[in-house]
Design a protein around this ligand. Sequence first.
Ligand code: HEC
Ligand code: HEC
Length: 358
Amino acid sequence: MRPSLAQLLENPPLGLPPAEPPRPLTQASVNLGRRLFFDRRLSFNQTLSCGMCHIPEQGFTQRELATSVGMEGRPIRRNAPALYNVAHRPALFLDGREESLEQQIFAPLLAANELGNPSIGLVLQRLRRIPGYVATFQSAFGQGININTLSWALADYQRTLISADSPFDRWHFDGDADAVAPAVKRGFAVFKDSGCAACHRITEDHAHFTDDRFHDVGMPRGGIQPIDKLQVAPGQTIDVDGDVKTSIAPRKPIDLGRFDATGQIDDRWKFRTPTLRNVALTAPYMHDGSLPTLRAVVDFFDRGGAHPNADERVQPLGLNESEKEDLIAFLRSLTGSNADQLAADARSAPIGDRLEVN
Ligand code: HEC
Ligand code: HEC
């Protein structure tokens, strides 16, 4: 029998190691967390839920936005990460500034450009006034709505978003030679030979495809982005040169990455290595969502990044066209067998009604 989603952390699918949750994951707490995750009443003006930036059918991220947009249209400088296998991440956020799912939830609840609540007390008060929630918290945790139970419920649900058992896992870890096409096998060789696995790690019996560490892979660093062409009408561009290249150039926000979490100069421009599991489902890519396709990412690494000061393991690769296609076929083979099941399960949450606040 297929294990229930709540059991997947401890009885993992092929390709992932088992992990211990800090509390037993009960169906009651997972159901409650799922309901909260999709409840817009968790935002100050009751318009936005966690699940609107981490959309189940879009890989628990947002495919149509490079960087997220929060309450009342306020922008966020980063791409929303996919939440698959987030239970396995020792450090959360792209700069690793939080260490547990329980602590992580307070950032989106309180950030003015996310759910926009002025205080946690207000969120708790509001939840207590919604019929049904008090009793549901009681039966899930034996206590009412408080700062702990709210964070336990949301964390417990996210710990069930386990996904592996991909075609690659069935070939590589289970020896099923027919599980993948020859292009995938060649692409895995390109992956290893190009040094990708130094950061997107694989071990003997499982693969997280990340080292959970922080690196500068040579992404553009924000600030003024000089332009060579100016669009003057749809489909019409003119060449520009001289001072014009910078004087009318757009400014991208500067994101110092890991530095924001440590204050260490050496940590500037470093971001956590993302897992590659389900990567075909989670475009656009990189911390700023600036690379729209896997092809663009492969071209980026093939060029050795956008500037030369990156990690020394990112070097021009000189891949030919068929090696690039094979590498992309390999990345596409990392989609877990239960991605659709997770999306369907997500939508089993009851939809919250608008709360009349008086
Ligand atoms: C407005 C869009 C938005 C909303 C709403 C939102 N998130 Fe996020 N989430 C993001 C972005 C963007 C990041 C990356 C931020 C960063 O790294 O600084 C993120 C990061 C995360 C992470 C870290 C994942 C990782 O791989 O490290 C978790 C977990 C998470 N969000 C869960 C939630 C939960 C739970 C809620 C609701 C309480 C929520 N998010 C609401 C956009 C959003
Ligand atoms: C030095 C460590 C390192 C090496 C080597 C490396 N990567 Fe990465 N990779 C990263 C980091 C860090 C990011 C995120 C960068 C960012 O967010 O700006 C990333 C991002 C990616 C992404 C985008 C994933 C997402 O969800 O946004 C893909 C795909 C990827 N790498 C594939 C590769 C491939 C293929 C290779 C080999 C050609 C490779 N990487 C080599 C560290 C590395």
